[in-house]
Design a protein around this ligand. Structure first.
Ligand SMILES: NC(=O)c1ccc[n+]([C@@H]2O[C@H](COP(=O)([O-])OP(=O)(O)OC[C@H]3O[C@@H](n4cnc5c(N)ncnc54)[C@H](O)[C@@H]3O)[C@@H](O)[C@H]2O)c1
Ligand SMILES: [Zn+2]
Ligand SMILES: [Zn+2]
Length: 361
């Protein structure tokens, strides 16, 4: 039987979100209903609310979540009721050209639940990133559920579902940071600070954190940055070069999503180094770089979608590291809040006060 639960809905562009009763259908073939235990507030939820993603209002927000599978539909074998899972937005298809080439982390045909959750009047909802987890229960594709060690705290585990995975993966997967490398991270919010943590896990010898906010830099230092640069007080490219023997870092990770910070990343890396863009730009943004510099500096200019993660490979491994005390996911949970405090959390995010506010149920 379909169930009625509470969820956080964005009805129109820029309008404050509110809690409404939504209907969650029973899972159909290949689907699962998950009882959500925790869901982080990500910048992307705010982008949806502001109409920056698309116009498919009303949205059911929330997508960085962990919970317990309540029921599964026909043919579901990968998860079962009672499993503790992190929700992902990369349910790989196994059929597309990326999957067929053995690169499922780039899957070009990821899938979501086929049925729709609705408002009480039957209006279909668009769940954020195909998840919609600011709700007591949500309907997803079974492939969006990744089973992990149930001993992990849901608030911390859920963060691997988006921003923290994006940052960790930008360093470990996309950037290929290795033992002894020098790494600079520009923008140290939830994503950038996760890149700092990823660089440390991968054995980087020097990790330079760059931000315009001293409190973010302090957090970065606590998470493993060896040096910090406030780019309000001088040219960060010069500062990064000075800290790397005059040459620049082997890997520079841009976690802001702006042309000026991308240009900084481009020039702050050593010859043959790697730039990773994990920050998400907006459609009007442009960059203008001398093509000769693109050639002459060599190396790789990469973008990182969701940290190039493969949830089934990366989530259980990262939760194991967390359980062993080698990956401090709890450090990203600045505060836990109730479902009706998401709008307030957007304001705090705007002021840069938090790495993550996490709704716990
Ligand atoms: N690629 C992906 O798959 C993926 C996934 C999740 C989020 N993101 C993106 O990553 C970016 C960061 O997300 P977040 O949640 O960490 O956001 P956030 O707002 O928490 O962090 C952004 C940080 O950048 C800093 N900053 C702003 N302007 C700066 C500048 N000029 N120089 C240096 N630092 C500056 C801010 O002070 C802040 O600390 C966003 O663009 C977000 O959309 C990408
Ligand atoms: Zn695929
Ligand atoms: Zn997100």
């Amino acid at each position: 039987m379909a169930q009625q639960v509470r969820g956080v809905i964005a009805r129109a562009k820029g309008e404050p979100v509110r809690i409404e009763t939504i209907t969650v259908p029973d899972p159909g073939p290949g689907e699962a209903v998950v009882k959500v235990q925790a869901c982080g507030v990500c910048h992307t939820d705010l982008h949806y609310r502001e109409g920056g993603i698309n116009d498919d209002f009303p949205f059911l927000l929330g997508h960085e979540a962990a919970g317990v599978v309540e029921s599964v539909g026909e043919g579901v074998t990968e998860v079962a009721p009672g499993d503790f899972v992190i929700l992902n937005w990369r349910a790989v298809c196994g059929q597309c050209r990326a999957c067929k080439r053995g690169r499922p982390q780039y899957c070009f045909a990821t899938h979501n639940a086929k049925q729709k959750m609705t408002l009480a009047d039957g209006t279909e909802l668009a769940p954020a990133l195909g998840i919609g987890a600011f709700a007591e229960k949500t309907l997803v594709a079974a492939g969006q559920c990744t089973k992990v060690d149930p001993a992990a705290s849901p608030a911390a585990a859920g963060l691997l579902g988006c921003g923290v995975m994006a940052g960790l993966g930008a360093a470990i997967n996309t950037g290929g940071v290795g033992r002894g490398d020098s790494v600079a991270v520009i923008g140290c919010g939830g994503v950038g600070n996760a890149a700092v943590v990823g660089a440390r896990l991968a054995g980087a010898a020097k990790i330079i954190a760059v931000d315009i906010d001293d409190s973010k830099l302090e957090t970065a230092r606590g998470l493993g940055a060896t040096d910090t640069v406030n780019s309000r007080s001088g040219d960060p490219v010069e500062a990064i070069r000075e800290l790397t023997g005059g040459f620049g870092a082997d890997v520079v990770i841009e976690a802001v999503g702006r042309p000026e910070t991308y240009e900084q990343a481009f020039y702050a890396r050593d010859l043959a180094g790697t730039v990773v863009l994990v920050g998400v730009p907006t459609p009007e943004m442009r960059i203008d770089l001398p093509l000769l510099d693109v050639f002459g500096r060599g190396g790789a200019l990469k973008s990182s979608w969701y940290g190039d993660c493969l949830p089934s490979r990366d989530f259980p491994m990262l939760i194991d590291l967390y359980r062993q005390g080698r990956l401090d996911l709890d450090a990203f949970v600045t505060e836990t809040i109730a479902l009706d405090e998401v709008e307030k959390a957007f304001e705090r995010m705007h002021h840069g006060d938090v790495l993550r506010s996490v709704v716990v149920f």
